[in-house]
Each structure stands twice: as structure tokens, then as C-alpha cells.
Design a binder for this molecule. Sequence first.
Ligand SMILES: O=P(O)(O)O[C@@H]1C[C@H](O)[C@@H](CO)O1
Ligand SMILES: O=c1cc[nH]c(=O)[nH]1
Length: 327
Amino acid sequence: MIKEQEEKRADSSETRDGTVKLRNPHIELFDQDILYHIALGSKSHDLVEMFGDVKFVCMGGTPKRMETSAHYIMEEIGYKIPTGTTLMDISQHSYRYSIYKVGPVISVSHGIGSSSIGVLLHEMIKLMYHAKAEDPIFFRIGTCGGLGLEPGTVVISDDAMNGLGNHYYSLPILGKVLKRPVKLDKKLVRELKALVAQDDPYDTTTGTTMCAEDFYEGQGRIDGAFCDYTEVEKQEYLKSLVTQGVKNIEMESVPFSALTHQAGIKAAIVCVTILNRLKGDQIAVPKEVITQYQQRLQILATRYIKKYLQTKDSSCLLKGSFAVESP
Ligand SMILES: O=P(O)(O)O[C@@H]1C[C@H](O)[C@@H](CO)O1
Ligand SMILES: O=c1cc[nH]c(=O)[nH]1
């Protein structure tokens, strides 16, 4: 089944002209496609005008991280918004996800877990399709638990697997389980790794990321409301993950890498470890430290974005953002 899907995907990729192709024949037949959870629509908004210039979609769990990230990118790429205005959350009326846009970069929050990021991915992929954006690259920048890594280490995922060790995203559809293969762009992983600076005061590594369906029992924690295993069993499990090449555990890598691959979109996952799971479960690190750790993700993603923009005619790329008057 996975092989069949791969062949189908490869066939439709052959006709690619850079714009995102939807593998859904129904959408074209709709009068308007309502992107409900991001409060946008293909008729109610001029999506080509608003998002046609997008080259990067950066996703991360929280609205605050993605707002901060948008400001950081704005500063770094030298993007200007009119004095007295501030970046606006484009999907504020959805009360679900937050979207910021700075020139060719979208910064969007995805919430926690597979179903939350899954819904957003459907709508972001459709947004890129309606906008006729060319070759957009998706990044997930997130936090994670590390396995044997110093907290604050940056992990670039070169593979992802679920809690059963499967390298596919399974979803019950019409009463049957559909499995979509996980695939991350190896070249993009190498390019990101090449952007690590000698003097970065923290380590950056690559490896497999385990995607759990839950933060507590699903990640083998003993600090949830329930726990039916011992600390020894937990340690055995975590060590078995290490032997499989797993460097970190989070909650979105499998749907993210499977659905972007299914859409023919180049994508990468960069996460920062906020604790070493071999040493404990509780997140005791202060919020300010976590904020500093998260900056490491913005730094790496922005290095890539800047490098990309330098190789293109950035004057035509630095077209639009959405800003409102500062309060
Ligand atoms: O991007 P974030 O920091 O939200 O990623 C991880 C995985 C879950 O979404 C969440 C659990 O605390 O953090
Ligand atoms: O341990 C952790 C830390 C952050 N996010 C996770 O999903 N797990």
C-alpha cells in the first residue's frame, strides 16, 4: 500500500512546475474552499495576492514562539513594516492557530500533537495551492525531550518514527487504516547542518525523532496522572530507542514529515531538547532558559532563509507582510 502511494506521488510530481499540486480532485469543483481553522477562504480572500510570494512556512507549537520568530526573521532579513504598525495575526478570528507573515515567510503555530498539526497541514498545503506559491519549504521548529543529549542541544531530524517504531503516519480513513510514509529531505538536512557555526555555544546533531501520541505515558514518563510501568522498564525502553538511532522525542514529526512528503513539499524538522529524558521527566528548566533555547531554532531556520534569499532576487521576494497599527 505504501509502495503504491509512493508511485502515485512520484507520478504526479513529474508534472510539477513549482506550484503545489493538490491530490484531491474535489477541491476544484467547490465554489469556494473554506480554510476554516485559519479563517481564510479561496473566494473571501485574494490568496494569490496575500500569499503568492511565500517561500517558507515555519511551524511551531505556540503562538508566542511563532510571533517572536516572525519578529526575529523580520529583523534578520531587513524587512520593514510602516512605522507605528505591528505584525498582525492573520488568522486571529479563527481562535485556533496564529499566522504571521513577513515578506516570503509565514510563521504559524500548530498546537500540540498529530491531530492539531494534521488539520493545520491540510489547510496550509491548500493555502499554498490556492496562493500558487512556488516551491515553498516547510520547517517545524519545536521543543523536545533529548535522549542522552545536553539540554539545549539542537536536533535536525533525518527520519521520524511513531511510538511503535513505524516510519509511517497511520490514520483511520473510512474505517480502514491508511499508512503514509515518513520522508524528510536529506539534502535539506545536510544544508541545515552546514549552517551550524563553529562558535555556536551549543551542539547541533542529526538523528531519528520519535513522535509520540501523548506527552506523558506515550513518551514513557512516570509523572503523568497514570503510570502502569516501573522506572526500570522506562529506562529500558528509552535505551532501546537510543540503540535505534533516536535522538529526541516530540509529538508532531510523523504527520509533519508524512503529509509534506505526500504534498511534494520540501520540509525539515529542527527541535531543541529542553531536558535529557535519560535523567528525568519533569521540565524543571525555567521559562527564560526555554525561551533562549528556542532562539537557537530561529537562528538556524533564519540562516537558511537568509542564504536562500541571497541567492534569489530578494527585492521581488520581500513584497508583503500584514501589519496593524501598534496599540
Ligand atoms: O513545538 P512544540 O514545542 O509544541 O513541540 C513539542 C511537542 C508538543 O507539541 C509539545 C509538548 O510540550 O512540545
Ligand atoms: O519531553 C518533551 C519535551 C518537549 N516536548 C515533548 O513532546 N517532550
